[in-house]
Design a protein around this ligand. Structure first.
Ligand code: ADP
Ligand code: MG
Length: 715
């Protein structure tokens, strides 16, 4: 069934040609038990490797069942090996991290069997070689003789017609050698068994043919027993390993060597953390508060969006309703001008200034919530430099030099620094302040008949009825009483005018009685609140929306635009000046990050390479069991993907625990604040990509070398 005609094999190494075998002629048949002997270096292994298709030859011709093989490709040899030959090696070539059972099962799996269907066969083979009690022992724990039995059992798994063994007893003591040879003889019956040994005496009793080699030539070819069963030679049908088996092996390999598992876990974790933290800090930087200045706006909060309607109309309640319903909106400030207005409160001892507080509050830390519209709450840091409770609580102040107010309570808020503060007012009072602010932004004309005055200022008094006005007798005389004072107001939003009847003149002596105030300023004209509202315009044309989180800004703006509303983000207002610098900094950061990530990848890649160099023996074993390059790559890929997935899953669980405050890690919690599900998926895909690239490179690398070279390298 095997025939060599003038076959020669040379080795080329470093420019030197070494002779392996030369002009060998030989014919071997099924049923023979062939023993090849000879001194070391005589070409025994070379001959065996050529016969078993592990190595190619240069000259002559080898026939397999009469078929020429000189034109054979790597693939043809693989097919030949898989369907005809099983190897037994001097160094066993087992997977030491597998159990006896798993080692034998592996040979079946490589030929497309399912785990379940080979269970019985594997157990039979284990019994046949007498290792029943070691079935679940890792082969690293076995003696040499026991290991070789496993190798024999594995060689029998696929029932190939040819079994070759290169010095199968070379590493064993004489007792173990004996039993191994006995087993080999038992299984020989209808197969072609070829054994290389330099201890002829121990095999002589079994051999049907003895070949003696010397210097690459056959010195002697002695047939003791003529056997030829070639007419019923049968190669086995080979199938490729199943998809499920590849997944299974990948999974098993991922976890079965603890050291390797831990190292790979560490590497994948390192890559994950580097990617996520870099990416996270990028996003964090993007959403950081921008420092900036605006001549128009006072409140430069990053959460703020200033809005007005595209059709220039005032906002209706319906509009406000819709705006409040947009996801991500924290609160809405209808009287937008209030936000940018500096407010102060003062009395003879204290002067404090700040902004109006725009949200509703439901508690205070000192004092009490306001009951009346002239009670206010101060919101500030607990350690504010200027706030002394005793000097402030329940004391009276002038708000904006105008209204008399009482501080009913203090609310502490850590987000304030030690110097600034806000004033919380009840809603109706806030509206009044808004009108005052509007007034300060308006141009106002006062006229009797057609005589115009500009130097007046409006004051509101609840002592004045609607449609009436009080003026000072310093400037006007009695004849103005019951005359109409025309007031025209124009501001950026609105133009309004009213005719108010002069009801009376005030002076030092009657002002207390008429208007219930002792403050005197001859240029003030007193009108009712209703008229004040009418003049200033009680429509809101410009408002502000505050978002909960900066990352929602774009989403909220998009939705506002859809409602026909113009938007202006404070972030954009501020960043204009520094845009160029910011962009340069951003690009620079990006470059640094890419370099960092690439460096990390290369470091990880080299560590992985070192780790997987130690796995050469495993993949060589797979090759000797008939695995193609693709199968090796697939199994390794599955292993790496399993490891990556396992590591990443643990990482994600950790992140989830942090997000739910079950684990406290300020750093990760902060850095992952803006990392979303999509980003996590991208990072996972990067890990998968690394796994795929790694396995491709590794597979290509080990398959560059011939099987026998990688086998020799590993021992
Ligand atoms: P044996 O198995 O009988 O000890 P080998 O078949 O291994 O002999 O070697 C036969 C000859 O081929 C020896 O001279 C050896 O030096 C040479 N040889 C074997 N393998 C290689 C190799 N990979 N590279 C170079 N020379 C080799
Ligand atoms: Mg040898």
């Amino acid at each position: 069934m095997l025939k060599l005609k003038n076959v020669s094999k040379y080795y080329y190494q470093d420019g030197v040609v070494a002779k392996g075998i030369s002009n060998v002629n030989l014919e071997l048949h099924l049923g023979e038990f062939v023993v090849i002997t000879g001194e070391s270096g005589s070409g025994k292994s070379t001959l065996l490797n050529v016969l078993s298709g592990l190595d190619s030859y240069e000259d002559g011709e080898m026939y397999i069942n009469g078929e020429e093989t000189s034109h054979y490709t790597e693939e043809d040899y693989l097919k030949y090996r898989r369907s005809y030959v099983s190897n037994i090696f001097q160094n066993f070539n087992l997977v030491n991290s597998y159990t006896v059972y798993e080692n034998i099962e592996l040979a079946f799996l490589m030929n497309g069997y399912n785990r379940s269907e080979v269970k019985k066969k594997v157990n039979e083979l284990i019994e046949k070689v007498g290792l029943k009690k070691h079935k679940n022992t890792h082969t690293s724990k076995l003696s040499g003789g026991e290991k070789q039995r496993v190798a024999i059992a594995r060689a029998l798994a696929n029932d190939t017609p040819i079994i070759v063994a290169d010095e199968p007893t070379g590493s064993l003591d004489s007792k173990a050698s004996k039993s191994i040879l006995k087993i080999l003889h038992e299984i020989a019956k209808d197969k072609l068994v070829i054994i290389v040994t330099h201890n002829k005496s121990e095999v002589e009793e079994y051999a049907t043919r003895i070949i003696r080699m010397h210097d690459g030539n056959i010195l002697e070819n002695k047939v003791k027993n003529e056997i030829n069963l070639d007419h019923n030679v049968q190669s086995i049908k080979v199938k490729d390993i199943t998809f499920i088996s590849k997944i299974r092996l990948g999974f098993r390999n991922a976890f079965n060597i603890p050291i390797k598992f831990l190292l790979m876990f560490g590497i994948f974790l390192l890559i994950t953390i580097t990617l996520i933290t870099n990416y996270g800090s990028f996003k964090l930087a993007e959403y950081e508060e921008i420092d900036g200045y605006s001549p128009v706006f006072n409140n430069l909060s990053d959460q703020r969006i200033v809005i007005n309607k595209k059709n220039k109309e005032a906002f209706s309640d319906d509009d406000y309703n819709q705006i409040s319903k947009i996801k991500g909106v924290d609160y809405l400030v209808k009287e937008d001008l209030v936000i940018d207005y500096q407010t102060d409160i003062n009395n003879e001892y204290t002067y404090l200034y700040g902004n109006l507080y725009l949200k509703e509050i439901d508690h205070v830390d000192q004092g009490s919530l306001p009951n009346n519209s002239n009670e206010i709450v101060i919101v500030c840091n607990k350690d504010n430099y200027y706030i002394y409770e005793s000097e402030i609580l329940n004391k009276s102040f002038y708000l904006n030099n105008n209204e008399l107010v009482y501080v009913s309570g203090i609310l502490y808020d850590d987000s304030y620094n030690l110097y600034n503060m806000s004033f919380y007012l009840k809603e109706e009072f806030r509206e009044k302040i808004y009108l005052d602010i509007l007034k300060s932004y308006s141009s106002i004309k006062y006229s009797f008949d057609n005589t115009t005055f500009n130097e007046f200022d409006i004051a509101v008094s609840n002592q004045v009825n609607k449609g009436e006005v009080y003026i000072s007798d310093d400037i006007f005389d009695q004849e103005k009483i019951n005359k109409d004072l025309k007031i025209e107001v124009s501001n950026i939003y609105d133009d309004n005018s009213l005719n108010l009847k002069v009801k009376g003149l005030y002076n030092d002596s009657n002002i207390k009685k008429l208007l219930n105030t002792s403050y005197i300023d001859s240029y003030l004209i007193y009108i009712s609140y209703e008229d004040y509202v009418k003049l200033m315009g009680n429509n809101n044309y410009q408002s502000s929306v505050f978002v909960k989180d900066i990352k929602d800004l774009d989403y909220v703006c998009d939705n506002l635009n859809k409602l026909g509303i113009n938007t202006l983000k404070m972030r954009d207002v501020k960043s204009n000046d520094a845009e160029l610098v910011n962009n340069i900094v951003k690009i620079f950061k990006l470059i640094v990050t890419i370099c960092l990530v690439l460096t990390l990848f290369f470091i990880s890649y080299f560590i992985m390479r070192i780790i997987y160099k130690a796995r050469n023996s495993y993949y060589t074993t797979l090759r000797t069991l008939g695995s193609t390059k693709n199968v090796c790559i697939n199994i390794l890929m599955n292993e790496l993907i399993t490891l990556a997935t396992f590591t990443y899953t643990l990482f994600i669980i950790f992140i989830i625990l942090i997000k739910n405050n079950l684990i406290n890690n300020e750093y990760l919690s902060n850095i992952t604040k803006y990392v979303n599900v999509f980003d996590y998926i991208v990072v996972y895909l990067i890990l998968i990509l690394i796994s795929i690239l790694m396995s491709l490179r590794y597979g290509i690398k080990i398959f560059k070398e011939s099987i026998i070279k990688t086998y020799k390298e590993k021992i």
